[in-house]
Design a protein around this ligand. Structure first.
Ligand SMILES: *Cc1c(COP(=O)(O)O)cnc(C)c1O
Length: 366
């Protein structure tokens, strides 16, 4: 069987190293995973307590409309319930958007580097992907607008951007939206929304009133710590959300995920704790980088991309042998750097010592 031609140039997603594999390979008992921006503080205890109950009646299909979660979020965000679309992670919303709007002969514009799923799914739909290099980790919004032509259907803005962590501010986003033709869908992926501390962040949900061509993506995978349950959502004008709801599978989010998301949204204490710890541990990591004279991108997220005097792969390998999994920039299109998720305080201290040793001793021996 021959898949579509484009599959010849594509391969399945290679995830960050799995904990069990690293334990075996390096004969370690404890692993700290700082590779995929998951929440090191876990998730709400209330979800943990509810989960046994949630597994009742698994023989029954979930509510395909996710009525209860939809109602709660529409109240919170002050949007119409029908403006929401839920997915098996926001990853699935990316796929649904591509299936709904892209086909051969169309094109889409993304930053480089950015979250790889935009390109991946666009290529599968036969669209051309135009990549516009970041400037100091930030989207080149004017450069992206300059790439617009008659065939452009979607522009992807990952903000804060993965893997750099840089955020598009309120003024820049307004200017961009005013200039962008209204028949081009603008996807603003806010997977790290909860981590933003800058005071000039855009209010993208409020902007939905002004722009019918805007969709905002959010997820329960990062700050809410529910990556393993797979649930995320998009918010858009009903013309867009209705189309996406046609394209999505009828039962694409599980009842355990829907209910856990509701409980997680109501546990403000856990969210607050995670955000505060992350903020402190990030500030500490950044002062360590300053002391080491390492340059890093501005980050409004729970990760930092730092550039190195050595290859990202070499630091990655070194830390792996010590039981720390980070993400080398190699796979992210940025060889001399690594992306590190902000972890727990003690783990980050130990990580810093390993990095210090590697850069001051090991690199000179090599
Ligand atoms: C993690 C991440 C997602 C995917 O989140 P899921 O909801 O787990 O699919 C989407 N966008 C960006 C930029 C991410 O970093």
């Amino acid at each position: 069987m021959q898949a579509k031609n484009i599959f010849n140039q594509m391969s399945p997603y290679t995830p960050g190293k799995q904990i069990e594999d690293v334990k075996k390979e390096y004969n370690l008992t404890r692993i700290v995973k700082l590779a995929s921006n998951e929440n090191p503080f876990g998730f709400s205890d209330n979800v943990k307590q509810a989960i046994v109950d949630l597994t009742k009646n698994l023989e029954i299909y979930p509510d395909g409309y996710a009525t209860e979660l939809r109602q709660l979020l529409s109240d919170r965000l002050e949007v119409d319930p029908d403006q929401l679309v839920f997915g098996c992670g926001s990853d699935e919303i990316v796929d649904i958007i591509c299936r709904t709007y892209l086909e051969s002969g169309t094109n889409t514009i993304i930053a480089k580097p950015t979250f790889p799923q935009y390109k991946h799914n666009a290529l599968i739909q036969g669209a051309e992907v135009k990549e516009v290099p970041l400037i100091n980790g930030y989207h080149d919004l004017q450069g992206m607008l300059d790439q617009v032509d008659e065939q452009t259907k979607i522009i992807w803005l990952c903000t804060p951007n993965n893997p750099t962590g840089c955020m598009i501010n309120s003024t820049s986003l307004s200017t961009f939206m005013q200039q962008c033709p209204s028949d081009i869908l603008v996807v603003v992926d806010e997977a790290y929304y909860e981590y933003i501390t800058a005071d000039n962040a855009p209010n993208t949900i409020a902007a939905l009133k002004d722009y019918t061509n805007l969709i905002v993506l959010r997820t329960f995978s990062k700050a809410y710590g529910l990556a393993g349950l797979r649930i995320g959502y998009g918010v858009a004008n009903v013309v867009v959300s209705n189309a996406l709801n046609v394209a999505r599978g009828p039962f694409n989010t599980t009842k355990v995920a829907q209910k856990s998301a509701i409980i997680a949204l109501q546990d403000e204490e856990f969210l607050h704790y995670s955000l505060e710890e992350t903020k402190k541990n990030k500030a500490d990591l950044l002062s360590f980088f300053d002391e080491m004279e390492l340059k890093y991108y501005d980050s409004e997220t729970n990760f930092v991309f730092v550039t190195l005097p050595v290859s990202g792969d070499s630091l990655f390998e070194h830390l792996l042998s010590k039981g720390f999994i980070i993400r080398s920039g190699e796979a992210l299109g940025h060889p001399n750097g690594v992306r590190i998720t902000i972890g727990k305080k003690e783990d980050m201290k130990e990580l810093q010592e390993h990095i210090r040793t590697f850069l001051t001793v090991d690199s000179k021996e090599n």
